[in-house]
Ligand binder design. Structure first.
Ligand code: BGP
Length: 479
């Protein structure tokens, strides 16, 4: 007999997206250009994400820019939200494009047309009984802030971000009760350009500049938490971590220690600062040994201490395996967070190792360390889908992936973890962040749009649409 799992009565089932990956209409409604608008699609994208010294001075005629049109959610949001409602979503995670609200980023007054757009989107969600879960910043910093201020290198950006966040809280205080500050904030060490809006010029300055930029974001995030609690006392605001537990390749203590250090660096600095309100003890030695001197202003550490987040949200796609001495042949290819190949795991077509047990481990680790509620706001399988002649899409591989991860969540809840909800990534097919292409699909809803820009944009329900609908209506009892 298959086991059934007990999810809390008010569990927030839903799906997740980000503005730059689905809205399109990149120059409509008074929106300014942002980071995603200048990130080309295709193989070059993957290179640029992790490359040092990326300055956007590339030959623009050589590339495509799929984020410009994306899947046109800007005009089709009502149809899409109705489909989410049909699946039974209790919540819908989306982000606000900063440059729709402040086109350059440093203006004093917001763009009314941008604010009005999200009013319409939130009203549509609420009409269907769906709670909006809003990421304030998801890889879409206004380009002007990047070019004129150097992105999060600059301390001044804290003020602009705070103004932006306060504007959102005031405007949407009656509509939005769940907020997230920075998407995958800890990803900055692997994908600086996405998270920080700049990429350090050389290896020598990489760590110094990355942690300085992160420090600015930590302060900005705390100020957003403060403002959120003041303006919307009943709201909850969380941080967002890119979480991948780090396994040692074997039982050699040298490798175990190495994996532990990677785990500390990648998984715990951002969590400790935003939840415990302090830099973890190990950073003292790490910063010293790596010549990192964070320029802090008086009051920064107090601000961080005083305004921790209410909950932790995380993306979970894979685990990572590490050993101290490795050769290129040891590595798993295609993954942004390079690690060595784990012989026990299968990988997706993009080299992301599939590991549902790793999710249970992650949830236990996070809950043990922080004791605040957790929310999985991204998880899923990027895959090539085939549109059959009769118009159907039989995505059993996606169903199997999600089933395994939902079972792991059920186990973690039995372990004692407090889990608020689950919003699988890309609930409707959208532009991939790492490839900038459409062919890496995550959705329950297929969108007729292709890597070369062609397609009717028609939406079609995949097999997983009906499967997930049943998961939600049985509150996770039928998987
Ligand atoms: C996360 C990002 C998302 C998203 C997802 C899947 O890192 O927060 O924006 O795209 O990963 O990644 P990809 O689109 O590269 O498959």
């Amino acid at each position: 007999m298959t086991k059934t799992y007990q999810f809390p009565e008010n569990f927030l089932w839903g799906g997740a997206t980000a503005a730059n990956q689905l809205e399109g209409a990149h120059l409509e409604g008074g929106k300014g250009m942002n980071l995603a608008d200048v990130m080309p699609g295709g193989k070059i994208r993957f290179k640029l994400i992790s490359q040092l010294g990326f300055d956007f001075e590339i030959d623009k005629n050589k590339y495509t820019y799929p984020n410009h049109d994306a899947i046109d959610f800007y005009h089709r949001y009502a149809e899409d939200i109705a489909l989410f409602a049909e699946m039974g979503f209790k919540t819908f995670r989306l982000s606000i494009a900063w440059s729709r609200i402040f086109p350059n980023g440093d203006e004093l007054e917001p763009n009314e047309e941008g604010l009005a757009f999200y009013d319409r989107v939130f009203d549509e969600c609420l009409k269907h009984g769906m709670e909006p879960l809003v990421t304030i910043s998801h890889y879409e910093m206004p380009l002007y802030l990047i070019k004129e201020y150097g992105g999060w290198r600059s301390r001044e950006v804290i003020t602009f971000f705070e103004r932006y966040a306060v504007t959102l809280f005031n405007r949407y205080k009656d509509k939005v009760k769940y907020w997230l500050t920075f998407n995958e904030i800890n990803g900055a060490t692997h994908m600086p350009i996405f998270s920080l809006g700049f990429s350090p010029a050389t290896e020598e300055v990489r760590l110094q500049e990355t942690f300085q930029g992160l420090h600015h974001q930590f302060v900005a995030s705390s100020l957003a938490v403060k403002a959120c609690h003041e303006i919307i006392p009943e709201a909850q605001i969380g941080c967002m971590l890119l979480y991948a537990p780090v396994y040692s390749f074997d039982a050699n203590p040298v490798n175990v220690l190495h994996a532990m250090k990677e785990e500390q660096l990648f998984n715990y600095i951002s969590g400790d600062v935003q939840v415990r309100g302090e830099y973890p003890a190990f950073t003292k030695r790490y910063f010293k040994e790596n010549n990192i001197q964070i320029d802090m202003q008086e009051g920064d550490l107090e601000t961080i201490k005083q305004y921790p987040v209410d909950f932790i949200s995380l993306s979970y796609y894979m685990s990572r395996t590490e050993k101290k001495e490795k050769t290129p042949e040891d590595m798993i290819e295609g993954n942004i967070m390079a690690g060595v190949k784990n012989p026990f795991l299968e990988a997706s077509d993009w080299g992301w190792e599939i590991d549902p047990i790793g999710l249970r481990i992650s949830l236990n680790q996070l809950y043990d360390r922080y004791r605040v509620p957790l929310f999985i706001v991204e998880n899923g399988l990027g895959a090539y889908d085939t549109l059959e002649e009769d118009g159907s899409i039989i995505d059993d591989y996606r169903i199997n992936y999600l089933r395994g991860h939902i079972e792991a969540m059920g186990e973690a809840i039995e372990d004692g973890v407090e889990l608020m909800g689950y919003t699988p990534w890309g609930c409707i097919d959208l532009v991939s962040a790492s490839t900038g292409e459409m062919s890496k699909r995550y959705g329950f809803i297929y969108v007729d749009k292709h890597d070369d820009g062609s397609g009717t944009l028609e939406r079609k329900k995949k097999k997983s649409f009906h499967w997930y609908q049943n998961v939600i209506s049985t509150n996770g009892k039928e998987l």
